[in-house]
Design a protein around this ligand. Structure first.
Ligand code: SF4
Length: 364
């Protein structure tokens, strides 16, 4: 039995070897054919084959690179973790938004809503101060321009106490242009900065005489050339002596339009442009008076009388000052017997039963 098995194994081994031997020439012939055909291939075909080979190499290499990419993507995993931080940031932003909205309710108000609110404030103030006017005393454009220059850094009341003696002695630009500076300084001393102010009023009088025939010009570009006259003074003169619309951006005006969020600008020229764009030109002069009167009597720089304010429901800064009606009432600046043309209602008239600002006058 053993012998037979060994013989079988030997026989099968012999069959395998002879089969391989037989197949070998056939394989060789086939590969020779392939080589011949490859050699016969046209250069175009060669090039195509070369391209194919290159692309296949690229594919191979990209396939080979795949694991590397995989590795890279695995390495990027921490980056994905970082992305998770974003929602946290977003959440922080979302959290911050309501706080902002609470502090400044009209921050998001549309342009149309801002225009409506601004005009409504002006209408309410026109009801409270129907005869608001420049509080400097004057009888002609010359007196107004001089009084306005003198009003810098002092009160209109102080100027009104000073100008009668000045204009009694120097009634025309010619008179003031020829004045002795020391004598003028003595008259202007109560106004403060009297030397600089003397220089300005004598200088502007000389300019009026030499360049404008002794008349105050009615154009902005001419007025601002006069010594001591800036845009603010020029607009006061244009609006009140020539009936030409102008916005007077004084200290009260700047403070109030920022409290009302009409504009965030701080430069007077930019404030003038921003606020001017909210109103028709014809409203500019009266608007300036209303705002300045409100600033002088109710919405003071340090202690605004919010609890007695007729426009509290329209004001985003409500609460910046005293909100208790009785305490706020004491902050109002009245002259004895009230200001001429002032129609301030008792503070309670602007508050509802709960002590909150009532809807404004004339509201729906
Ligand atoms: S509510 Fe207060 S801050 Fe606003 S306008 Fe009135 S006084 Fe001024």
């Amino acid at each position: 039995m053993k012998k037979t098995a060994a013989a079988k194994k030997a026989a099968s081994a012999h069959r395998g070897a002879s089969a391989k031997k037989a197949a070998a020439p056939a394989k060789r012939a086939a590969s020779a054919k392939k080589a011949a055909s490859a050699e016969k291939a046209t250069p175009v075909k060669k090039a195509a084959a070369a391209r194919k080979a290159t692309s296949s190499r690229k594919a191979t290499s990209s396939k080979k690179a795949a694991p590397a990419k995989k590795a890279a993507s695995v390495k990027k995993a921490p980056a994905a973790k970082k992305v998770v931080v974003a929602p946290k940031k977003a959440a922080a932003r979302v959290k911050a938004a309501p706080a902002k909205a609470v502090v400044h309710p009209p921050g998001d108000e549309s342009r149309t809503a801002l225009v409506r609110r601004a005009r409504r404030i002006n209408r309410e103030l026109a009801e409270v101060f129907p005869y608001a006017h420049p509080e400097l005393d004057f009888e002609n454009p010359f007196q107004l321009v001089v009084a306005t220059v003198l009003s810098a850094q002092t009160t209109d009341l102080r100027v009104n106490q000073t100008t009668p003696s000045l204009f009694a002695k120097y009634p025309t630009p010619e008179d003031l242009a020829a004045a002795n500076p020391e004598e003028v300084e003595e008259i202007l001393r109560p106004c403060g900065f009297f030397r600089a102010k003397t220089k300005s009023v004598i200088g502007l009088s000389k300019a009026l005489v030499e360049e404008f025939g002794g008349e105050v010009p009615g154009r902005l570009e001419d007025l601002v050339k006069l010594p001591g006259v800036g845009r603010k003074t020029a607009f006061v003169v244009l609006g009140n002596a020539f009936g030409r619309p102008g916005i007077t951006v004084d200290t009260h005006f700047q403070r109030l339009v920022r409290r009302w969020q009409w504009t965030g600008e701080t430069d007077p020229d930019k404030i003038e442009a921003a606020v001017g764009a909210l109103f028709p030109k014809s409203d500019w002069t009266d608007l300036s008076h209303h705002v300045i009167w409100h600033g002088r009597r109710i919405c003071h720089a340090r202690k605004p009388a919010c609890g007695a304010c007729p426009i509290a429901p329209l004001c985003p800064a409500y609460g910046e000052g005293e909100t208790d009606p009785e305490k706020a009432k004491k902050l109002l600046k009245y002259e004895k017997g009230g200001f001429p043309g002032q129609r301030l209602k008792p503070p309670q008239a602007y508050l509802d039963a709960g002590g909150r600002p009532a809807p404004p006058l004339g509201a729906g």
